[in-house]
Design a protein around this ligand. Structure first.
Ligand code: FAD
Length: 450
């Protein structure tokens, strides 16, 4: 496999979810691997995405748990929250995982180069230090970054990258966007006591998720006191004499807040990457165009993860990295199956889904049966929390094959992961009907749906 003509068999740009997996497995297959990382090993998920976000979600949810605990007989004194303690502990955990990722790469013999890298040709890379290296294959795994609108005063706004590093919980925060990152941070800051306003240019949140489920989240969030402004196109931010930020938007009066966060999508990291020099084609969003094997139009250059803008989720980037390594260096051609990828929104309560939404299924199959369980979880009843969960199973009208499961409620993501196996396996509703309920749980609603 080794070709002495090149410095490396594989040069990976970016040590995030996809790049790390590809580098480690390729090295295990015997390839001479180097991986360049301009920021921190672990990438978005570990350093400023899934991991620290989920830990903040846990931290924030204690606000509800502590309030509910009183109804369960606990004498909970007036509690106070310390953002610095939470974020300090979160950063320690991030450091631990960053070290673990670094160690995994090193023990597999992949060389980590802590520098920015750019392509200079189909087999050539230039590092920030000026060093030039060659590789038989190059894998672009440079991820994506937050999109920031070009409006007046945008420099006063932050993104999810900076949200983890705020000095304190803002008293009033405006979040622009309505995707999963916007809704997750809206939930975190609201639980931690901020006045949260979420603005979106369309009239809905979480486009692409099941309509009924996202409507339930909207209704629960509004009942909790989160503010929403729809059909509100972001126009600009002006800093006031007292430091407050005045945000203007179409169709609504301006609003004054202490922090503005943009969660308006993510763009592939392909700028100044030398793609032109290497002849690599991108699509209209700037993502590297790849085939089913993650290969670009240049035969020696591949790309995986968010930079290809397929499904921007960590487990998908990891699978793409693994499939690349097995195909190119493991003599085991493998392709990623994108059918039935589950996804969650770590809001309060969580949303999760797999497969087709009701409207997607109706469009594709015409005749569908929808089974629903709309219930108040036992714990919420005793806590006096008037928050209902909603589970939906969408089945083919003729065969009863499950086309999708979508849910909102406590621990929805944990429950959905197991149910996703059944959807992926192509089971029918009958298989759920035949399964005895595990009582008393919320998940039992999945096998009791009418
Ligand atoms: P990344 O992990 O972004 O890694 C790319 C790496 O390349 C980075 O470390 C970057 O510094 C480096 N790099 C870029 N350019 C260069 C260069 N020229 N030279 C050297 N290094 C370079 N996904 C989930 O599945 N579940 C979640 O709950 C979830 N929550 C998220 C929450 C937030 C706030 C965000 C922002 C994302 C979240 N994601 C989540 C998405 C997930 O983080 C990404 O899909 C995943 O990290 C993509 O992996 P990747 O390898 O493609 O890129």
């Amino acid at each position: 496999m080794t070709d002495a003509k090149y410095d490396y068999d594989l040069f990976v740009i970016g040590a995030g979810s996809g790049g790390t997996r590809a580098a480690r497995v390729s090295a295990a297959h015997g390839a001479r691997v180097a991986v360049a990382e301009e920021y921190r090993v672990g990438g978005t998920c570990v350093i400023r995405g899934c991991v620290p976000k989920k830990l903040l979600v846990y931290g924030a949810h204690f606000a509800e748990d502590l309030a509910d605990a009183r109804r369960f007989g606990w004498d909970v004194p007036d509690c106070s929250f310390d953002w610095k303690v939470l974020t300090g502990n979160v950063f320690e955990e991030v450091d631990r995982i960053n070290k673990a990722y670094t160690a995994t790469l090193e023990t597999h013999g992949a060389e980590i180069i802590h520098e920015r890298a750019e392509l200079t040709g189909p087999n050539n890379v230039r590092l920030a230090s000026g060093r030039e290296v060659t590789a038989k294959y190059i894998l672009i795994a440079s991820g994506a970054r937050p999109h920031i609108p070009t409006c007046p005063g945008h420099e006063y706004g932050i993104t999810s990258n900076e949200a983890f590093h705020l000095d304190s919980v803002p008293r009033r925060i405006l979040i622009a966007g309505a995707g999963y990152i916007a809704n997750e941070f809206a939930g975190i800051f609201h639980e931690l006591g901020a006045e949260v306003t979420l603005i979106n240019r369309s009239d809905q949140i979480l486009r692409g998720y099941d309509e009924q489920i996202r409507d339930r989240l909207l209704q629960i969030s509004m009942t909790k006191g989160l503010q929403f402004r729809f059909n509100a196109k972001f126009e600009g931010i002006e800093q006031q004499a007292d430091g407050a930020l005045k945000v203007s938007m179409s169709n609504h009066a301006p609003i004054e807040v202490d922090c503005v966060m943009f969660a308006t999508g993510r763009v592939p990291n392909t700028e100044n990457l030398g793609l032109d020099a290497a002849g690599v084609e991108t699509n209209e969003k700037g993502a590297v165009k790849v085939d089913e094997d993650s290969r670009s139009n240049v035969p020696s250059i591949y790309a995986v993860g968010d930079v290809t803008d397929r499904i921007q989720l960590t487990p998908v980037a990891i699978r793409e990295g693994q499939a690349f390594a097995d195909t190119v260096f493991g003599n085991k051609p493998t392709r990623v199956d994108y059918h039935c990828v589950p996804a969650a929104v770590f809001s309060h309560p969580q949303m999760a889904g797999v497969g087709m939404t009701e409207s997607q299924a109706k469009q594709k199959h015409g005749s569908v049966k929808v089974y629903v369980s709309d219930f108040r979880p036992m714990k919420n009843v005793l806590a006096g929390r008037n928050e209902r969960a909603l589970y939906k199973m969408i089945c083919d009208g003729e065969t009863n094959k499950i086309l999708g499961i979508h849910m909102i409620g406590p621990e929805a993501a944990e429950i959905l992961q197991a149910a996703a196996v059944a959807v992926k396996a192509g089971l029918t509703k009958d298989a759920f009907d035949q399964t005895v309920a595990l009582h008393p749980t919320m998940a039992e609603e999945l096998v009791l749906m009418k």
